[in-house]
Design a protein around this ligand. Sequence first.
Ligand code: HEM
Length: 576
Amino acid sequence: MQSISWRNTSSSWETLVWALSISALAGHQIMRKYDGFFLKLHASVVLLPPAVAAWYAMSLQIGQMSLVSTMALCYAIYLGALCTTVVAYRLSPFHPLYRYPGPFWCRTSMFVHAVRTTTGKQMTYLKALHERYGDVVRIGPNAISVRDASLVGPVLGPSGLPKSAFFTGTVLTESNIHLSGIRDLEEHAIRRRPWVRGLAPPALREYEQIGAARIYQLVNRLAEQKGVVILGQWFNYLAYDFMSDMAFGGGSELMRDGDQTGLWTTLEKGTATALFMGQVPWLGVYLGHIPGAARAVNEFLEYSREQAMKRLARGSITRDLFHYLANEDLPKKDPPPTAQLRSDGLLVILAGSDTTSSGLTSVFYGLMTDPSAYACLQQEVDRFYPPDEDVCTTKHHRDLHYVTAVINESLRLFPPTPTNSSREVPHNSKSLIYNNVLLPPGTLIHIPHYVLHRDPRNFVFPDTFWPERWLIASGQLELESARLPHGLTQPPPGHGKPKFEFVHNDAAFIPFSIGPMNCPGKGLAMQQMRMVICALVQRFRFRLQEGWDSRRYEEDFKDYFTANRPDLPVHIEPRY
Ligand code: HEM
């Protein structure tokens, strides 16, 4: 009798295991079809089947276990089957990205890559992967990284692909998302219009005074400093104060008061968490529903939202970027909804401050580690901005060829967004083929700037700071008469060309990205960087702190979507 009941129990469990396994297969198909943010649906798929199975087992008294043990067993069986199904499919030849090589574990879950990003070394990791596996590497179940410059145009250009959900994950919400996270191409184009007006050349001329006031303040503050000065930190403060002027008509005085509330630390902590969430956006959005989760990101988001609300309440005092974002330049047009202004105000700070500051820090690092490049730049600045010339007039900017070359070279070696955000082939599209690379629907494509910029097929001496390459490439300087990178010498006149092939691929230089979702702030960032360089080089002489190992810059340059960089300790001497 006992053996019959045992057999009944065991066959009932068998049935239950089968039912749970089949539910897991169905659950996987539902997840694949509704791959996005469907909290209730996803929660139902994950939680309901084992709960039903446990209730069934308890009601038939299968196994005679406690409720907790029955539930635990049903969840273990179901979730085990679900994970096995998902992983087996992702590893199988039936997966559309099976053809692409890449690390084994990356194929199983996007978490594997997401964890990698927490080291801040995503850019060198991706570079190493490309060196090992080739131009197309599978870095996630549905994600590839591409190192082929010929794909930049098709993927990012005018008829390129929409953005992925990366930014949705970084800001922990899919509602009221800022411009950068809008995935629908038409909606994105409409939302971008005020940004384009507010960052077009006529508007930039209006901002010159706002920018100049902050730069004079920086020069005065640096003149007061004694001993070692952490230059990168001053650039952070400058960029943040300036972008707060642009976004909120003021409200930040880091250069005057220092970072007393730890705002910059919050920003840096926030970007690290945000980058992780960007890789697994569903997790970011779902965590966003839990109060207290992802605190570092939330603190910064809240701070910026508060500033935007204050600015809205105050109205315009000067013509800043917010003036355009709020349609104040088009009196007949209604202002956008407050939620949109709040999220776009936040984007001004996020997109404009850390990036420009990173670019400036890399420029000064490059100059101080290459004294002859510093001397060339000094000469150019002195020619256009002698001591009695106002450094904040932009009238000479178009003639500052060497300054521009130094900026380009710094952004090439140390792009402020080293790996960029990804694009996605829409789920309802057909497979695309670009230059023999097949992109099935739902594929995420990363084109990491850092990797393209450091590929010797795109730039000769890819790891060397050599501003002259930009002048040679644009025909302003002959290779035969150019200063060569450190350690190389020109053959004497009449003895032919230097013994290397000059390789320079402008299409692979994308620090501001390209296409309809590129950086609309490029003009403002370049204007601001030129002003700062001229102002500082006109007034001071910089040198690295003795004993500071300059290799640390490369080693400690980190990719948390925007780049964290070493502090750059320097000595400053006034020139007059
Ligand atoms: C050196 C400085 C800067 C660099 C290297 C930089 C780089 C970038 C890059 C690479 C993107 C494209 C991201 C993507 O493809 O998803 C981007 C987007 C953006 N940047 Fe910048 N940026 C800089 C400064 C600025 C400034 C000063 C602003 C002004 C507020 C700004 C505003 C934006 C905005 C609004 C977007 C989103 C564009 C869109 O989605 O249509 N950036 N930036």
